[in-house]
Structure formats: C-alpha cells, structure tokens
Design a protein around this ligand. Sequence first.
Ligand code: TXA
Ligand code: MG
Length: 318
Amino acid sequence: MARDGVILATHADALAQAAARLRAGELVAFPTETVYGLGANARDPEAVARIFAAKGRPPSNPVIVHVADPNGAHAIVAEWPQTANTLAHAFWPGPLTLVLPKHPDIPAIVTAGGSTVAVRCPAHPIARELIRLAGVPVAAPSANRSGELSPTTAAHVARSLGDRVGWILDGGSCPGGIESTVVAVTPDGVKLLRPGLILETQLQEIVGDLIVTEPVSNSTKPLPSPGMLTRHYAPRTALEIVEDEAELLFLMNLYHTAGLKVACWQPKGSPVEVATGLYAELHALDAGGFDRIIAILPPNHDDWQAIRDRLTRAASPE
Ligand code: TXA
Ligand code: MG
C-alpha cells in the first residue's frame, strides 16, 4: 500500500489502491464534478462514523450515497417512482441528488436515523471509476470540516482535513465548483431542498412545477434539509454580503477608515462560470490575510439562486 498523502489520480494503481482502502473501511477524498467528496463505504457504519468524526459533522446531518451508474441507485432506495426515473434519465450522471425512501440495508448513520436517503450518480470519471472499482456505494459529504467552504482542489482538502484523511485523490479542479442540487421525490411532487448546479428551471422543464418552499435567494431561514444550517459554506475570514456597488463602497470606506484590510468579491460571468470559480476565489481570499471579505450578491433571479444561497449562508452570523 502506498504511503498516505495527496495522490495523483492518474498514477498507475492509485484508483485501485484507493478502492481497496474504501473496501477496508478507510476514508478517501476524491474529486467529483461539483466539489471534492470525503468517501467511505456506505454499507459499513464504522467507516461512515469516521466521516462524521473527521469533519466534526453533527450526527443529525445525513450524507449522500454515491453510485457508479444510475442502476446502482436501486439497491440504495426502497422505492423508485417514475419521477425518480425521469430525473435520473435527464440528469445522471450529474450534479443532481435525489432523496427517496431508504432501503432497509442502508445503515442508519448514513441517513441520520431518518427514513429517507440521498443518492447521486456523479459524472466525474475519477469518481465513477473509484466507486466502480470499490464495488460498494460510497457515502460522501463535501471534504471539508463541517460549516467551512467546500473544496474544489486537492490542496483545499489537504488544508481543511489533511491530518484527518489518509488518502486524497488529486484530479485537479472540480469543473462545477459548487455542490449538487438536492431534491426530495415525494408522492406529492418534487421539492427543492438545496439549490445547486442543476437550475430550478432545468428541473421544471422535466417534471413541471416543483412543490413550493420558502424562497431561499432572499432568505436566511434554513431549508427543510437537516444540513442546511444557517451558517455554512463559510470562509474563516468574516464575510459580509451587499446588494450593490453603492453599499460596497460605503462599507469599504467605513472599514478603511477603521484601518481594516478588506477584500472584495463580485460575480463575473454567467451563473455557471461564477459557480466554477466561487469557492476557489473565496479560498484564495481567505488565505490572503484580510480582516473582512465583502461580496456583492448576484441579481435576485432564479438562475442565481444557488450562488446567492451559498453567499448568504457564508455571511450568516450563526
Ligand atoms: O455535490 C455534492 O452534493 C457533494 C459531492 C461530494 O457529491 N456533496 C455534498 O454533500 O455537498 P454534503 O454532505 O456536504 O451536503 C449534502 C446535503 C446536506 O445539506 C444534507 O443535509 C442533505 O444533502 N441530505 C443528505 N441526505 C438527506 C436526506 N436523506 N434528506 C434530506 N437532505 C439530505
Ligand atoms: Mg458540505
């Protein structure tokens, strides 16, 4: 077995060895098309407990189970309604997570004791090959300490969890840059639990109107998903959000007068382009020795929902 550390996923045998570690109950961090995940064998409750310990994750927050191909979902869930099939056909492999009644064989720790399980088939070739070689479903939250910014490079994972995870598979930067969209598939319809890379409008094109929940873009209220703690996705540097440049200039003046070192972040490009760079840019600003980061929110529009959600949570005091 190779020594611990950051391993280039392109190295011969790296994936096979990482898969063997997963089967042996160890943790492996790996790239997906959204963010890096911290993986463990979803069928092994002790292995999944290591994820919670490494992240400092509250046991009330369930984790997503990743499968190598869409058919793998059938062994994770107790029911596979037509709507789940339709969504999987439209978006898998890809950044959509489906919450469905759990299969009795899935350990309670994965679902935080709940009756539903979140399942996703990632599109990233390294993630898919790793899960395929492991031959087990892989429970994986984002590979960061609980509440912190999600990692989009192996270096981000090493900085946040380096002393707590033996193997980090380095597959370069994650192309998506923010997390998957999480939806509950219920007999009443499809409910958005966490906005993400798949836009609400894309979901509507496939399944029609979603069950209406509280709008997230201009709200700091948690969503009905246990993981949507108000403060989340946060850099260590205090982050404040503003709606426009006038507000930004006002705050910058105030802080400069007080002698504070202030960094400014603003969205540049389309929602997809901004998502790709968001965490990487915030990680870089976080390492820059600033007293404050001020972020200008993108427009209050459906397509910007996920970015506004992440920034609002990052800025939340608790
Ligand atoms: O893109 C992603 O989804 C990444 C990559 C690694 O796949 N994973 C990720 O996992 O972001 P995590 O644990 O950081 O966020 C998963 C979200 C949490 O908000 C959690 O509460 C929610 O999904 N979730 C998981 N299982 C659930 C369930 N059974 N019911 C409702 N929400 C659930
Ligand atoms: Mg996370």
